[in-house]
Design a protein around this ligand. Structure first.
Ligand SMILES: [Cu+2]
Length: 164
């Protein structure tokens, strides 16, 4: 019995580790990821969750990605039946005690001017820049094409097809 409990504990620890979280002050950054791209994709989306355990708000102001020329912070919204994307140059607030979620179909990082394709299983260096917590080095894990889509029309690696 004791052995099985121990084994379960180890398994839980391992899965927590593979989710790759980062801490910066009061912020916990959970699982930065992107999707594998077809060969000629010019852009890709970056996703993650930031949890603010502190009592002061912070702000995600910019980001970097080793394999793209620039990174923008974007919002994707349904407007009159059309999915539209726009850049949010002022960044995104992270309320005290709250969370910021960047996910397919909504807020995301946009890696613009990709240099080479992103292959599933790679971990690509990047950074997140917060107003208060400062610069945080992270790795974006390259997940499969279907990863993270919730069965919505957005799926199909969607991001590359959007017009800016
Ligand atoms: Cu975008």
């Amino acid at each position: 019995m004791r052995f099985f409990l121990f084994a379960a504990f180890v398994a839980a620890s391992l899965s927590a580790a593979s989710a790759h979280d980062y801490r910066a002050g009061d912020l916990v950054i959970e699982h930065p990821w992107t999707r594998a791209t077809p060969a000629a994709a010019p852009v890709a989306g970056g996703y993650l969750v930031v949890v603010n355990k502190g009592s002061a708000a912070d702000r995600l102001v910019s980001a970097g990605f080793e394999r793209s020329k620039t990174v923008e912070i974007h919002e994707m919204k349904q407007e009159g039946g059309v999915m539209r994307m726009r850049a949010l140059p002022a960044g995104l607030p992270i309320p005290a005690g709250g969370r910021l979620e960047l996910a397919p179909g909504g807020l995301h990082l946009m890696f613009m001017g990709l240099e080479g394709r992103l292959n599933e299983g790679e971990r690509i260096k990047g950074e997140l820049v917060f107003e208060k917590a400062g610069r945080v080095a992270v790795e974006f894990k390259v997940e499969s094409l279907g990863y993270g889509s919730k069965g919505k029309a957005e799926g199909h690696g969607g991001h590359g097809g959007h017009k800016h």
